[in-house]
Design a protein around this ligand. Structure first.
Ligand code: CU
Length: 165
């Protein structure tokens, strides 16, 4: 008698499909009103600096401030902003950054990015690099940066090379 178990399985599948449909994409992380989407990094050698990219979305009604970033893989992590001035790419360190209510911060090559200073181990393609975001209200979220050669969901393959002195 195969029929009853199959029906039960179908019902279960339908329930879980409904329950999962509104959920965030599998690579997303949530803490409070903040969603972290598609965190990723690029390959780098030990002793060098790595990068971190992701999208932060604040779905709450209040602004949220990012005050620190930590990773066990780096001596220090900083938030930087790259910008083009007179044809020259420059980077500035940002001590904090605030996401407005309903706001979004894209960290992507050529713009805002995280800098993993002094890598304690190499970052290799396919590896996950843990990183913790700390917010002003004390909330923290640990995400895994997926090490890859190209952005996760983009045709924009800007291979922007940038180095610290
Ligand atoms: Cu930088």
């Amino acid at each position: 008698m195969l029929r009853p178990p199959l029906l039960a399985l179908a019902a279960l599948a339908a329930v879980s499909a409904t329950a999962w449909a509104p959920a965030a994409w599998a690579g997303d992380y949530k803490v409070g009103s903040i969603t972290v989407q598609s965190p990723w990094s690029r390959p780098a050698q030990a002793g060098m600096n790595g990068v971190g990219f992701m999208t932060l979305v604040n779905t709450g009604a209040k602004p949220v401030t990012l005050t620190a970033i930590e990773s066990p893989l780096a001596a220090k992590v900083e938030l930087h902003q790259s910008s083009m001035a007179n044809g020259v790419m420059t980077m500035r360190r940002q001590d904090t950054t605030t996401l407005a209510a309903g706001g979004k911060l894209e960290l992507s090559p050529g713009g805002y990015h995280l800098m993993l200073l002094g890598l304690k181990q190499p970052l290799k393609v396919g590896q996950k690099a843990p990183l913790t975001l700390v917010f002003a209200d004390g909330q923290r979220v640990t995400v895994d940066l997926t090490v890859r050669l190209t952005p996760p969901n983009a045709a924009t393959g800007g291979m922007m090379d940038h180095q610290h002195p």
